[in-house]
Design a protein around this ligand. Sequence first.
Ligand code: NAP
Length: 323
Amino acid sequence: MKKTRVIIIGSGPAGMAAALYTARAQLKPIVIVGNQLGGQAAITHEIENYPGFPGGIGGPELIERMKEHAESFGAEFVFDSVTSVDFTRGTPFTVKTMYEEYLADAVIVTIGADPRKLKVPGENEGIGKGVSYCGTCDGFFFRGKEIVVVGGGDSAIEEALFLTRFATSVTVIHRRDTLRAGVQLQKRAFENPKMAFIWDTVVDEITLDENGVVNGVKLTNLKTNEQWHHPTQGVFIFIGHDPNSKIFGEQLAMNDKGYVIIDERHRTSVEGVFAAGEIHDEIWRQVATSVGQGTSAAMSAIHWLDEHSDKLQPLEEAQASGD
Ligand code: NAP
């Protein structure tokens, strides 16, 4: 068992900012990276709206710089995933990962959100064989192919535009007749000759050929009830995200969608546990907002640890006793 002052669960922009601030406060934070270092930002091809980078910066490069920055002040990144936590007995909190067990005086939860699934037949079976949730990761494999994008928000349109670099055509299938995406993105999408739109329509099934490879989608027009098969070689799904809050069970207060509830100081319902980024934020979801939230959560955790310093066991003592 390892004892630490602060554990940060997750390594997206919120976790990176929390790591930087707690490291700079000499707290030697341990960051449990999770499945993907940098989270969703790391698989974003180009980030054009993070202040300080006119012309944009690649997601992987930004994440690498953030990691290096936090490490330079003493943050430790552990390539492991949290499997369970015990927040029920108060501080120190138990955090179990696949390979280790930690005791942490404070925890900052920045575990983010995962792409939402359509939950239609063929979707799970087609993952890696034509179904994807990440244009940046998989776009290259669809060079010269005809693909569809499901969704009408910023993510769907941004990714659809990116995918036009590879695919010969990108057809957006949206359940309404107006996009949710911002005006600028809409303008670029409507002007792009490779893009097409199927309105008021939902995907009922993703069809696969005899080798299990995607060959089309079964669609229903919600206004006319017309049903048809649309041939396609790729189905990119961008219909929102679900927070990764299952591992907390009922230990943290959450809203009905599973987002962790925090107060204005990023405190969760458990004293000593803080949260930042997309695990609690279902509205803004920007790299810049997550960085800000991670900073606030870290500052709150630093204050909390200071206030409780007389009650916390010195780290060296705890480590020596194996508590
Ligand atoms: P979103 O804004 O929630 O959009 C989800 C889209 O998927 C909506 O068009 C929704 O349709 C559709 N949808 C949801 N469930 C569906 C289902 N079961 N079947 C079919 N369609 C479904 O999600 P997002 O695009 O991931 O964006 C999330 C947040 O991140 C937003 O605040 C967005 O502004 C932000 N973001 C910003 C940028 C940027 O600034 N460059 C880039 C990406 C994301 P309806 O419209 O009918 O609800």
